[in-house]
Ligand binder design. Structure first.
Ligand code: AMP
Length: 360
C-alpha cells in the first residue's frame, strides 16, 4: 500500500496522557483502563457496527519484558478461540515500515467492567458460581494449549452485565517472571500462587506476600518443605511459625449470602471449594478438572464449553525466546503485518469472515 493512502486511513486523538493513532473506522475513543502495557479505550467500530476495546502497546519492543509479553500475547491471541478468553478482532500499526515501527494496537471485544469492580458488588451464589465456572473453563482451555497463566487477578478478568466473563491476557511467560520484578509496573502480587511467589526471589513485596499466606493458612508441613530447593527451604524455615485459621474463621457465613437453607448450603459448598483451592502445596490443591466437578460449580457444566478442543500453538518456544531489541522489533512487526495480510485476504483464524472482507 502506498504511503499516502496509508496516511489517509488513520487519525490521531488524545486520550489521557497518550495519543491514539487509529484507523478511521474506529470512532468515539474513551479511556476505560490501563495496565502494564498501556492504555485501553472503548471505541465504536463503524464497519462492524459495534463497540470494541482498543489497547495501545507503545514501543512494545523497548525491553525484553515488554517485548516478550507483547509477542506472546499477539501469537497466543491469534490462535486461541474460546468464549471465556478475550477475542482479537483486529491488529494494526499506523507506522509504514519496520524502520518507523513504534506502536501496536489490539482491537478486542468490549466488555463492561473488570473483576476488581465486580467484586465490590453483592453477588448471589448463582452469579458467583457462574463467574467461577467461566474462569475455570477459560483456564482449562489455556492449559489444554500448554499455556500456564501465573498472573490471574481481578484486573485481568473482564465481565459483561449479563455475567459472561473473559480472561484478558495470557499472563507471565515462564522466563519473564523474574524480569517483571525489575519493572515498576507490577503492583499487585496478592493473587499469585505460593509456588510462583517462592520462585521469584525474595524482594520485600514477595516476603510480605508469603508472610500473609502463612499467617492465614498456617506454616506448611514438613513434606512440603522437603520439595523445595535448598535456598527457598532455608528462607521458608526461617519464617515465624503460624497455626493458621480454619476456613470457617477465614470465610464466615456473613461473607456469603446465607439467608435461606438453599443459600446456607451454597455457602458451605463455596467454603469447601475455597478450602481445596487455597492449599499451599500445589500437588495437594484441587485441579481445574476437579473444580469443574465440584458441587458449587458443576451445576453449570456444559461439555461444549468445558471440553472445547484446545488451540494449536505454532510456536512452542514462546516462553524461552531471548532476543535483542532490534530482533524483537522485527518479530513483532512481522506478526502485525501477517495479521494485516491475512485479514486483507479475507481470512481470519483460517475462516473467511465478513470482518476480513470489509477491512481496508
Ligand atoms: P490490560 O492492559 O489488558 O491489563 O487492561 C487494563 C484494563 O483495561 C483492564 O483491567 C480492564 O479494566 C480494561 N480492559 C482491557 N481490555 C478490555 C476489554 N476488552 N473490555 C473492557 N475492558 C477492558
Amino acid at each position: 500500500m502506498n504511503k499516502n493512502k496509508r496516511d489517509r486511513e488513520f487519525y490521531s486523538v488524545d486520550v489521557g496522557d497518550s495519543t491514539f493513532t487509529v484507523l478511521k473506522r474506529y470512532r468515539n475513543l474513551r479511556p476505560i483502563g490501563s495496565g502494564a502495557q498501556g492504555i485501553v479505550c472503548s471505541a465504536y467500530d463503524q464497519i462492524l457496527e459495534r463497540n470494541v476495546a482498543i489497547k495501545k502497546l507503545s514501543r512494545p519492543f523497548q525491553n525484553q519484558t515488554h517485548a516478550k509479553r507483547a509477542y506472546r500475547e499477539l501469537v497466543l491471541m491469534k490462535c486461541v478461540n474460546h468464549k471465556n478468553i478475550i477475542g482479537l478482532l483486529n491488529v494494526f500499526t499506523p507506522q509504514k515500515s519496520l524502520e518507523d515501527f513504534q506502536d501496536v494496537y489490539l482491537v478486542m471485544e468490549l466488555m463492561d467492567a473488570n473483576l476488581c469492580q465486580v467484586i465490590q458488588m453483592e453477588l448471589d451464589h448463582e452469579r458467583l458460581s457462574y463467574l467461577l465456572y467461566q474462569m475455570l473453563c477459560g483456564i482449562k482451555h489455556l492449559h489444554g494449549a500448554g499455556i500456564i497463566h501465573r498472573d490471574l487477578k481481578p484486573s485481568n478478568i473482564v465481565v459483561k452485565s449479563d455475567c459472561t466473563l473473559k480472561i484478558l491476557d495470557f499472563g507471565l511467560a515462564r522466563t519473564a517472571a523474574t524480569g517483571l520484578l525489575m519493572t515498576p509496573y507490577v503492583v499487585t502480587r496478592y493473587y499469585r500462587a505460593p509456588e510462583v511467589i517462592l520462585g521469584m526471589g525474595y524482594q520485600a513485596n514477595d516476603i510480605d506476600q508469603w508472610n500473609k499466606v502463612i499467617e492465614q493458612l498456617g506454616t506448611p508441613s514438613q513434606d512440603f518443605l522437603m520439595k523445595l530447593n535448598h535456598s527457598v527451604r532455608t528462607y521458608v524455615e526461617n519464617r515465624p511459625r503460624y497455626a493458621g485459621y480454619s476456613f470457617e474463621k477465614l470465610f464466615p457465613d456473613v461473607l456469603f449470602p446465607a439467608d435461606s437453607d438453599h443459600n446456607k448450603l451454597k455457602a458451605s459448598q463455596a467454603r469447601d471449594l475455597l478450602s481445596k483451592m487455597l492449599v499451599i502445596d500445589a500437588s495437594k490443591r484441587i485441579s481445574v478438572d476437579e473444580a469443574l466437578q465440584h458441587p458449587y460449580i458443576n451445576v453449570w457444566y456444559d461439555p461444549a464449553e468445558v471440553e472445547a478442543p484446545p488451540p494449536k500453538i505454532p510456536d512452542r518456544t514462546l516462553d524461552e525466546r531471548d532476543h535483542t531489541v532490534e530482533e524483537w522489533k522485527e518479530l513483532i512487526y512481522k506478526e502485525v503485518i501477517e495479521w494485516e495480510e491475512r485479514t486483507k485476504n479475507g481470512v481470519i483464524r483460517g475462516q473467511p469472515t465478513a470482518l476480513a472482507q470489509v477491512q481496508q
